[in-house]
Design a binder for this molecule. Structure first.
Ligand SMILES: Cc1ncc(COP(=O)(O)O)c(C=O)c1O
Length: 425
């Protein structure tokens, strides 16, 4: 393939990928679609620009209009997340965490966090940002049946190990963290508390999950593109009134971990924040209602849905188990579902030790909800799962049914100008 052919082939694959998602049920819990206005901001001249610094204090000329954008975005973020400080520059949830770890811990310090086996994110692990910052990691005792830290044991661990930073939040995140008691223990030993809301940020802002900044978190980080439905990027949020602390957070983002911080995405985030002010609470409520409905519907179809005794979920996620730990049955189920036009991810569940051969699936409803599906449609979605994974129907045939079903849900809602979710395809 010559260079021109490479470019052509790449653009064909871009469209193929879009059509794949258009015709499927995208159920990756960390994904979402852009509203038309957010897409417009992202696809702008800002894509090529730099604005190092903060509004009004730039190292480059040409930033006057971007100052307006970032200032409006910061003020919206403070209202949406009900906080006194917002940095909207970071380019992802991981980058937000790197900035938070830089601001709140020094190399060699001890940090407590949720282990990746219990649902913590790789950026909370030695293989990720925690390791990059050279921190000594201790993980919380965990209650598998409740999918949350063992409060008493975790509080005792914090008091005993006296970390500089207690980090909370997960990638597998069904239920709110019992934060207040653990934050109290952390503050007692002089530790800062950071809550990683990457997955649940939109649910928090919409009043549907927990309120970490009122429950003891000094800093909340998050992605801007999961349950918060903006472009890919991140936030750092705090309700502190300590000017020095806020300066430290800002400087840990720039110049700490970002030089350019993707101005087109900052503009997209600012538009998404404005849309969230108008539509976010309804979106968050509908997302959680759909996840609960999906959990119940899958259980009714005969699936082993985690946390039955807690009504399956209080977030945007549902977990299903498909066989014995380490059996690879989650991986096999994900592959079969994709053949049927349902995009999910395999996931380790309690007892699994092999990340590439787990027994579980993690399912998310943020995108389906944004496209207008409600609790009734969750019954249909569960029916497709049962058809492929329980009845053993031909995935190619189910794929046609899924595609036809999906053709009724191609418009992004919860935004100022609802429009095509997969434009131009
Ligand atoms: C808890 C948690 N933190 C951080 C991240 C990283 O976010 P990003 O993909 O925006 O870097 C994720 C990603 O899913 C996550 O689940």
């Amino acid at each position: 393939m010559n260079a021109r052919e490479s470019a052509t082939r790449i653009l064909e694959a871009v469209d193929e990928s879009g059509r794949h998602y258009r015709d499927s049920l995208p159920m990756i819990a960390s994904e979402n679609v852009l509203s038309p206005l957010v897409r417009k901001a992202c696809d702008s001249d800002l894509h090529g620009r730099y604005a190092e610094g903060l509004p009004g204090k730039r190292y480059y000329q040409g930033c006057e209009d971007f100052d307006t954008i970032e200032e409006i975005g910061i003020e919206s973020a403070k209202r949406v997340f009900d906080c006194s400080f917002a940095n909207i520059q970071s380019t992802s949830g991981t980058v937000s965490n790197m900035a938070g770890l830089k601001a709140l811990a020094e190399p060699g310090d001890t940090i407590t966090a949720v282990s990746t086996a219990d649902g913590g994110h790789i950026s909370h692990a030695r293989m990720g940002a925690v390791g990059v910052r050279g921190l000594n990691l201790i993980t919380y005792p965990w209650i598998e049946s409740r999918m949350e830290p063992d409060i008493d044991a975790a509080a005792a661990l914090i008091r005993e190990t006296e970390p500089s930073l207690a980090l909370f939040g997960q990638s597998v995140f069904l239920f709110p963290t019992p934060l207040q008691e653990l934050a109290d223990a952390a503050h007692e030993v002089g530790a800062r508390v950071m809550y990683d809301a990457a997955h649940v940020l939109g649910l928090i802002a919409g009043g549907q999950f927990q309120d970490p900044l009122r429950e003891g978190a000094d800093l909340m980080t998050g992605s801007s593109h999961k349950t918060f439905p903006g472009p890919q990027g991140g936030f750092l949020l705090s309700d502190s009134d300590d000017a020095k602390f806020m300066r430290k957070i800002n400087s840990s983002v720039f110049p700490g971990v970002c030089s350019t911080y993707h101005l087109h995405h900052v503009a997209g985030k600012a538009v998404a924040l404005a849309e969230f002010e108008a539509f976010g609470p309804d979106y968050a409520k509908d997302t959680v209602a759909n996840a609960k409905a999906l959990g119940a519907a899958l259980a009714a179809e005969g699936f082993d849905v985690m946390a039955e005794e807690r009504d399956y979920t209080a977030s945007h996620q549902v977990l299903t188990r498909h066989g014995d730990p380490d059996s690879g049955t989650g991986r096999d189920a994900a592959a079969l579902l994709e053949e049927a036009g349902i995009i999910t991810n395999m996931n380790m569940l309690p007892g699994d030790t092999k990340a590439m051969a787990p027994s579980g699936l993690r399912l998310g409803v943020p995108e389906l909800t944004r496209l207008g599906m409600g609790v009734d449609e969750m019954q249909d979605v569960a029916g497709f799962f049962a058809s492929v994974l329980i009845a053993g129907d031909d995935p190619a045939k189910v794929k046609q049914d899924v595609s036809e079903f999906k053709s009724g849900f191609l418009e992004v809602g919860y935004c100022f100008e609802p429009g095509p979710a997969y434009p131009g395809l």
